[in-house]
Design a protein around this ligand. Sequence first.
Ligand code: HEC
Length: 183
Amino acid sequence: MSPRTDAELTTGSHAPAALAMLLAVLFVLAVPWLFIRFSERRAAPAIAPTADARAGERVYQRNCIACHEARGEGRPGKYPPLVGASWLLDDKETPIRIALLGVSGPMDVGGRRYDNLMPNFGVNLTDEALASVLTYARASWGNAGSPITPDDVAKVRASLAGETAVWSGGAALLEAKKTTVLP
Ligand code: HEC
């Protein structure tokens, strides 16, 4: 190797080499960035609400929002929250029973006592509508409960054998919990 070749390397080809290096770095950074952008865009439809979830939201807005409020937060002392509520989330039968027949009487929700009236929806709402609204509430505002199917609602409805009286508070619902209808 002669000193001249060294000089050529360090002076003559320096600028293009630096530019090439810069382009290479930008390229290396751009590939993961583009990948992330595209995978985000492709993932979007999967996390966007499905037709079922939108149906559940509509049923909620028409039938439940007046009391349980837009984000399931309820109203202190009057209407219990659906966020984090064990009656809604612990099992599937209990929220179905509540929605079908309504509740009137003392019940504790999130450590607070409520003693008010929730109307029955079993007469006006189909199994599909009830399944979609309960699925929506169980999966919204931070809740992470599993979906409820129209078949689940039909089975619980059948188990009530034409009963129309509202549940008399938490005690009656806990008593009903002893009979399991769903797997
Ligand atoms: C007129 C007001 C009102 C409407 C409308 C209403 N609820 Fe309720 N809901 C209540 C009250 C009040 C209670 C507590 C009952 C009590 O105090 O005995 C309750 C309790 C509940 C509970 C159990 C407690 C909890 O916070 O998890 C669930 C689940 C529930 N409601 C779901 C629904 C769903 C789903 C709808 C719509 C289909 C709905 N409610 C519509 C007033 C209402």
